[in-house]
Design a protein around this ligand. Structure first.
Ligand code: CTP
Ligand code: MG
Length: 387
């Protein structure tokens, strides 16, 4: 077992709200998201910070046990660094209770909303680093993209210059002593800790937030979180091609020219590997096959090499809303001896397609038309992902 150093940073995860606006029939942090609670998603990321931190989960009264279970499910070897305390009637009160559970060696405190369940660990690290580097209060922010108006009821009273605005996220980070003093000094209820710190007269600086730092407040936000977590199903396609030896000039295979080797015959350069890849990609995208796009009716492709076919195929699949995940190719050929140039072929094809292409080659033990040296046969499989 690894020995975990005594934490200098604590993260208070406030999860004691009721989730009135979400209206999901349970306190918000315990509402389901992709088969787990919202809280467990937030904690999973909190436990992935570069340095192990003390983690204080502030839970609604009566749900402390559930919070413990969520910790146990995602903390891994940081389990001993986490505690649950019971929350209060307002967010500020809940944070205050969390502050009461800080360990002695902690000098930096982050306060994080469980409702921002998808905040990546890298953003938490960014806040910790900025508190250390500046000594000031730090909040992650996102630029405001909407045009903002000041309103009085249904009447617009003024335009607001959005370049002066930023949307605040959590975790927000502070020096422990400064935050504790501010919490003792203020009376009003603030919606976040940065507002409280500013009211107490402290400088608050920003770091870059993250698009995944949005707060789950309404049912639409929960849908957005579900969509962000949904597994992506790749679209798979298969392609094969066969060409006979006996063409003019030198051999072209897998995007490479092979001086001294007998050429393959075909409408283009006879490169069965690139043609199999084209079919696999088009099939994965549901765009027909090589004949649909590069048939003999297109004389401009006569004699063309892999770079032309593959670049055009890549353009077609990207235009259809996909990006190439990877391609796997297997060449069956008695000649040429492929292995000395296998990596070169992978490099060339990967470069054209902008995705990893792996190429394998085999003989057929003298069997069949391949074994007789009459031609080559190629199989390719491609995976496409949404762009
Ligand atoms: N929070 C808390 N204790 C409270 C109120 C809020 O710990 N008494 C926490 C929430 O659990 C949430 C964060 O503060 O993680 C931000 O609050 P908000 O999004 O407003 O959550 P809720 O108060 O639960 O939601 P609502 O306002 O819709 O009831
Ligand atoms: Mg609230």
């Amino acid at each position: 077992m690894s020995i975990i150093p005594v934490p200098r940073v604590a993260i208070i995860v406030v999860a004691a709200g009721s989730g009135t606006r979400l209206g999901a029939g349970a306190p918000k942090a315990f509402v389901g998201l992709a088969g787990r609670t919202i809280l467990s998603h937030a904690l999973e990321r909190v436990f992935q910070t570069k340095e192990p931190c003390q983690v204080i989960v502030v839970a609604p009264a009566g749900l402390e046990g559930e919070a413990e279970a969520d910790i146990a499910s995602v903390a891994g070897d940081r389990r001993e660094l986490a505690r649950v305390v019971t929350g209060g009637a307002t967010r500020q009160e809940s944070v205050s209770r969390g502050l009461g559970a800080l360990w002695g060696d902690v000098d930096t405190v982050l306060v994080h909303d469980a409702a921002r369940a998808l905040v990546p660990a890298a953003m938490i690290d960014r806040v910790i680093d900025a508190v250390r580097a500046t000594g000031h209060a730090i909040i992650p922010v996102m630029p405001v993209v909407d045009t903002i108006k000041r309103v009085d009821g249904t009447v617009i009273t003024a335009a607001v210059d959005r370049s002066e605005l930023a949307a605040a996220q959590t975790p927000q980070g502070f020096r422990r002593d400064v935050l504790l003093t501010a919490y003792q000094a203020v009376g009003d209820d603030f919606t976040d800790d940065a507002a409280l710190m500013q009211a107490a007269g402290h400088t608050v600086l920003t770091v870059e937030g993250d698009a995944m730092g949005f707060k789950i407040t309404t049912p639409a936000d929960l849908e957005r979180a579900k969509a962000a977590l949904a597994p992506v199903t790749p679209r798979i396609g298969v392609g094969t091609d066969v060409h006979a030896f006996g063409g003019d000039g030198t051999l072209w295979l897998a995007g490479l020219e092979w001086p001294g080797e007998q050429a393959l015959s075909g409408h283009s350069d006879g490169d069965a590997a690139s043609h199999a890849i084209v079919d696999a990609l088009l099939s994965a995208a549901g765009l027909g096959d090589i004949g649909t796009h590069f048939g003999t009716a297109r004389p401009e492709f006569a004699g063309a090499h892999a770079d032309v076919f593959l670049a055009e195929t890549r353009r077609l699949v990207e235009q259809a809303g996909y990006r190439i995940g990877n391609v796997s190719v297997q060449i069956q050929a008695a000649r040429p001896k492929f292995s000395p140039r296998r990596e070169e072929a992978q490099r060339v094809l990967s470069q054209i397609l902008g995705a990893p292409v792996s190429v394998a080659a085999t003989t057929t033990d003298g069997l069949g038309f391949v074994g007789e040296g009459a031609g080559v046969q190629v199989f390719a499989i491609a995976a496409l992902l949404p762009r």
